[in-house]
Ligand binder design. Sequence first.
Ligand SMILES: [Zn+2]
Length: 283
Amino acid sequence: MRSKKESLKYFLQKAKRGKWAIGQFNFSTSEQLKAIISAAEKAKAPVILGTSGGEVKFFGLKKAIILRNYYRKIFPYIYLNLDHGRDIALIKKAIDMGYDCVHFDGGDLSLKQNIETAKKIVQYAHQRGVLVEGEIKSIKGSSETHKKKFKAKESFYEDIEKAKKFVQATGVDSLAINIGNVHGTYKNKIRLNIDLLKKINKELNVFLVLHGGSGTNDNDIKKAIKNGVVKININTELREVWKKSMLKHLKKQTIKPYKILPFVIKDIQDKVEEKIKLSGTNC
Ligand SMILES: [Zn+2]
């Protein structure tokens, strides 16, 4: 049995008080996972391991749990989150199998439907000691390298009154917010609406999550953390490093995976360490 001081909630509360954030780094291969954990261990920083629907379908829920448990013997502060869960059966399965947190993405539903479903998930999860992240307005983009520019429209931004209603009615632990953030990287660096974030932080008593942390202006990330964001999701930048590094090192003469993959792992690890440093994460 893990102690309270080892729980994800403990670190999210600690991050809120200390004005730093925990990174969620997504993975779909064992090499990415090893890289993320090596970075966490080196920086002595808690990390959340994210698996989206597509990632977990490829990697497997059970394998993710088994490897988390294995790596916890090396570094205890690692947590699994089901990222953008839309399939209720999959969300329940992740909770039953021992995920630490599930993100229910009801962004495409009406507010009423979203509240009703989120409420049920929260009840189910909390009985089993699992945290729930909610989402009201779908966050734009996809975790890819986009060749165009992105500019957030007014209509993309979070509606504070709706968010208040959602948080109060559902009891979610955290909320994925829209403050100009977008999934993926674009030709321009993404800028965040910090004034809007300040208002959200004042009005809502919930852990605030920034999705689409890749390709965002570093100063804006720092300001977001100073103004209440306690979890930052990074996926695209890690995928980009993975692909670039694979292509580069596959050019080597050798065909031995164990001579190629350590370079790839190291490159991903460096990127994760950079993000941990930017977020000021500590134990
Ligand atoms: Zn996301």
